[in-house]
Design a protein around this ligand. Structure first.
Ligand code: MN
Length: 289
């Protein structure tokens, strides 16, 4: 793995002359009206930057929302970790803004250091605490990270850090597990996602969170809410409010997209990449036959 030096990172200030280490793929990009991604956790080993780069090279949109925890400041403070692929993600996001995509960045709790820049615009990226997005079919959606409703994060910060440590271990296991799978030619499969679904408490926490967020959005008179934070992509109606969660790029590698007619969809990129690999194999076999 190539590790970026501090010089590579500062190169982003000379953006016009900088190049990503993984060149952009020349493919026809799928067009969406809006794309939401969050919980990328750049600066950690758990971040699936390679898959996110693949995603960004295959899609395009008028609006792009970065819904928080893009960079993991908590972890970076403990240990500096910044491989070239993480730089490439930042490069692609800046490039997108430069090409005319309306990019809004809503910092989360792991990148809360950027919240002090709320209201400012950097390199064509608007930094906001939250935003209202109006869909093509006229629905008003409140966009926020979601930690605002996480009682554990707010009331017992130290407890959140203990949870964070356990989570780091699980992510480490998940990473080795998938390296082994890749070695065996098997597609990515989220062990941690599976483990979480099996744990009753985690499931109860997720549904509590979803209901609290949807309820709060309802009292604010919007038609729906888009958030991230709990690393669980979802799309469902709660108390007459549309609840959307764009998931994450640590476990599930998901994004939320709005089609040109206002239809919403969750994209599961690990599945998309596996399907593409399978199709390529079939084409190769057919060509050989
Ligand atoms: Mn978060």
């Amino acid at each position: 793995m190539t590790v970026a030096t501090l010089a590579d990172i500062t190169d982003l200030t000379d953006f016009a002359n900088s190049r990503p280490s993984v060149p952009e793929r020349v493919v026809e990009r799928r067009r969406y009206r809006t794309i939401w991604i969050s919980d990328v956790h750049l600066g950690t080993r758990g971040c699936n930057a390679g898959m996110l780069i693949d995603f960004l090279d295959h899609v395009d949109s008028e609006h792009l929302f970065l819904v928080g925890d893009m960079i993991d400041g908590w972890r970076l403070k403990k240990r500096f970790f910044w491989p070239a692929a993480h730089n490439d993600v930042v490069w692609r996001l800046l490039k997108r803004a430069k090409r005319g995509t309306k990019v809004t960045y809503i910092p989360g709790n792991h990148d809360e250091v950027f919240r002090q820049f709320t209201g400012l615009d950097f390199g064509g990226i608007a930094i906001r605490r939250q935003a209202i997005h109006v869909t093509a079919d006229g629905r008003r959606l409140l966009v926020l990270h979601g930690d605002e409703f996480d009682a554990i994060t707010l009331a017992h910060r130290w407890l959140a850090h203990v949870g964070d440590a356990a989570y780091t271990v699980l992510m480490g296991v998940n990473r080795w597990f998938n390296l082994a799978r890749r070695g065996l030619g098997m597609p990515y499969w989220s062990l941690s996602q599976h483990a979480k679904a099996k744990v009753k408490n985690a499931v109860a926490f997720i549904s509590d969170f979803e209901e609290v967020v949807a309820h709060a959005a309802g009292t604010r008179g919007v038609d729906g809410v888009v958030c991230g934070h709990i690393h669980t992509a979802e799309q469902r109606e709660i108390e007459g409010v549309a609840y959307y969660n764009d998931g994450d790029w640590v476990e599930s590698c998901t994004a939320l997209v709005e089609h040109v007619d206002g239809t919403m969809e969750i994209l599961r990129w690990a599945d998309e990449m596996a399907d593409r690999a399978r199709t390529a194999t079939i084409v190769t076999l057919a060509a050989a036959a």
